[in-house]
Design a protein around this ligand. Structure first.
Ligand code: GDP
Ligand code: MN
Length: 390
């Protein structure tokens, strides 16, 4: 789960990480008032959307006076911000953060995330802050430092000191960096984050370390133990199909292709995407309906796939273990009738009561292409998707 910068900044503050004074505003007038209440300028006005790269996209503006802050907020609010991360459809800006601008002398990058391969939380830092870290990773990887954190010891003072040294910080800055790192790590662990990132971490004219940007992502699998995080959710910012899927407790992730996939089991769903690729096609999504899908869940899944205009063909790949194929078949038929599925449907059923399931599909009178096995289904789905496109 992602949250906005202004929310992440509040968390930073609570964990002792210095952030510029700021306030969120939903209207230009509110933004002007916010600036006035913050004291003397200059101010920075930033679009609050769940995306980085706002600066380059015109979502970050500076102002000298509260009047100017109001005007700049008016320009940003309501604009469609298209960044590298939003894709071409962009995001409409509904809120801005008005802060006192930091006088930036130097910019650094620092983040904490989970490195799956190392099975550790890692701290990543760079003296090339302010830029896209992905670019630095490509062009000057030697400027990025990674440090593993031992889960029993936590982030130690000597590790943070070592990192400060690598970044080339002075003695007083290093002292602040140690406190900041420890605060970030405590936040990461206590709130079950998947990412905490500051880019840029600014050193101001007086040598203070200030988080001039704040990013926090929570681990979805741990949300159940943080009811306090639910209030920070902004459904406006979430992919509508992924949001809908979460209501049905379906594991859905949207992708770029045109073959909608409905599969039971995460492993089989991954294999299905692979085999579609191997046949020259491209999956429109990952979808695991789970091992005990009901007809209602199947119908919900269908509705989500069909709401995606990119989908030219649907490949249902079910291996019935605990789940019975005849029940799934009935669910497919019911959903396909109700939702008037217009795209071709390829169905592969295997396992418990597969024959009964195939019979239900064959007798339904619907335009369903039965597949012999998974490879056959993938080939048929790829062919049909191409025909539709042609
Ligand atoms: P992002 O582009 O979405 O990562 O948004 P940021 O909040 O990082 O802002 C983009 C850029 O604007 C930063 O890299 C800074 O160079 C600049 N910036 C942001 N806040 C301030 C500030 O308070 N003072 C100054 N001088 N520059 C800022
Ligand atoms: Mn940034």
């Amino acid at each position: 789960m992602k949250i906005h910068e202004y929310q992440a900044a509040e968390l930073f503050k609570a964990y002792g990480v210095r952030v510029p004074e700021g306030k969120a505003a939903a209207t230009a007038q509110e933004a002007g008032e916010a600036a006035r209440s913050l004291g003397a300028g200059p101010y920075v006005i930033k679009a609050q959307v769940h995306s980085g790269g706002r600066g380059k996209a015109g979502g970050v503006k500076f102002a000298q006076t509260p009047e100017e802050a109001e005007a700049k907020a008016g320009e940003i609010l309501g604009m469609k911000l298209v960044t590298k991360q939003t894709g071409p459809e962009g995001r409409i800006v509904k809120r801005v953060l008005v802060s006192r601008a930091v006088e930036i002398a130097r910019e650094y990058y620092v983040s904490l995330t989970v490195d799956g391969a190392r099975e550790r939380v890692v701290m990543i830092a760079s003296s090339a802050g302010g830029m896209e870290i992905e670019e630095t990773a490509k062009e000057a990887p030697e400027k990025i430092y990674t440090m593993e954190i031992d889960p029993y010891l936590g982030l130690t003072g000597y590790q943070a000191r070592e990192m400060g040294k690598k970044l080339g910080l002075g003695a007083a800055e290093t002292k602040q960096f140690i406190a900041l790192s420890k605060g970030l790590y405590r936040l990461f662990v206590e709130k079950d984050c998947s990412l905490v990132e500051i880019n840029p971490l600014a050193v101001d004219g007086e040598g203070n370390l200030i988080a001039a940007d704040a990013k926090v992502n929570f681990d979805d699998n741990a949300l159940f133990r943080h009811s306090e995080n639910a209030a920070m959710r902004d459904e406006n910012e979430e992919e509508p199909r992924e949001l809908e899927a979460s209501k049905y407790d379906l594991n859905y992730i949207g992708l770029d292709g045109n073959i909608g996939c409905m599969v039971n089991g995460a492993g089989l769903a991954m294999a299905t995407m692979d085999i579609i690729q191997a046949c020259g096609g491209s999956p429109a999504n990952f979808l695991d309906v789970g091992g005990s899908a009901t007809a209602e869940k199947v119908a919900g899944a269908f509705a989500i796939l069909l709401s995606d205009a990119k989908v030219k063909c649907i490949f249902v790949n079910i291996f019935g273990g605990i789940m019975r194929c005849d029940i799934i078949a009935a669910g497919i038929v019911e959903a396909a009738r109700k939702l008037e599925v217009k795209v071709p449907l390829v169905v592969r059923l295997e396992g418990t009561n597969a024959e009964a399931g195939k019979k239900i599909l064959a007798e339904s009178g619907l335009n369903i292409t039965a597949a012999e096995d998974m490879a056959d289904g993938a080939e048929k789905a790829c062919r049909l998707a191409k025909e539709v496109r042609a």
